[in-house]
Design a protein around this ligand. Sequence first.
Ligand SMILES: Nc1ncnc2c1ncn2[C@@H]1O[C@H](COP(=O)(O)OP(=O)(O)O)[C@@H](O)[C@H]1O
Ligand SMILES: [Mg+2]
Length: 218
Amino acid sequence: MIQVSQVTKRYGGETVLHNVDFHLETGDFAMLQGRSGSGKSSLLKLLYREIDADEGTIRFRQIPIGQTLKHVLRREIGIVFQSFQLIEQKTVFENIALAGKAVGRPMAEIETEAMRLLDRVGLRNKKDAFPGTLSGGQQQRAAIVRALLNKPSLLLADEPTGNLDKETAADILQLLKELHEEEEMTMLIVTHDDLLLTQQQAKIWTVEDGKVHEQAIT
Ligand SMILES: Nc1ncnc2c1ncn2[C@@H]1O[C@H](COP(=O)(O)OP(=O)(O)O)[C@@H](O)[C@H]1O
Ligand SMILES: [Mg+2]
């Protein structure tokens, strides 16, 4: 699904990723770990073309992402952030609907799909609530629904549990694992919580010293 070949990323004089090879197979449930500042977010940003590589190629379904239209990429890739990034002045439903409007889907379709997913994550009764009135876990569930609304083939999550207490974090990770099966998508989740990692059956990738390597399955 994603093939990163010999990618180098620099910020000014600082090389964050150096000749990195990394790949995701269709259907993978993968975790990305590494110390703070190791380049995890940069790798994700490269995958959804928030930033460009200085060297190397990134292919999404065989096609170099530089040749894939950004709006096609945005529809194919859902993103979840640590900080939820919900708009405070809009309700849960309005936040989610924005993702559908952005790619020109009809409102009736957006409503049906939003309600199906809100139901699934246990937030149906919060659809008209404002984000500020929700718990962190509920806000992240809303953000996950927003990321899934357009049926992406790949979901990227950048420390989705970073702002949550341990128990809620485990719930969110479990939810993502279940959605990976149910919605049939590839997932890449950045986390530095070793405990959570070991509880999941996942492919584990580590960013370290500018390189990305896959941990052998034990
Ligand atoms: N826009 C930027 N400009 C300059 N340096 C950056 C920028 N984004 C990230 N960096 C630097 O690149 C390194 C990797 O950052 P990041 O990818 O956010 O790491 P991680 O997500 O693993 O904590 C850090 O040293 C960070 O300071
Ligand atoms: Mg980061």
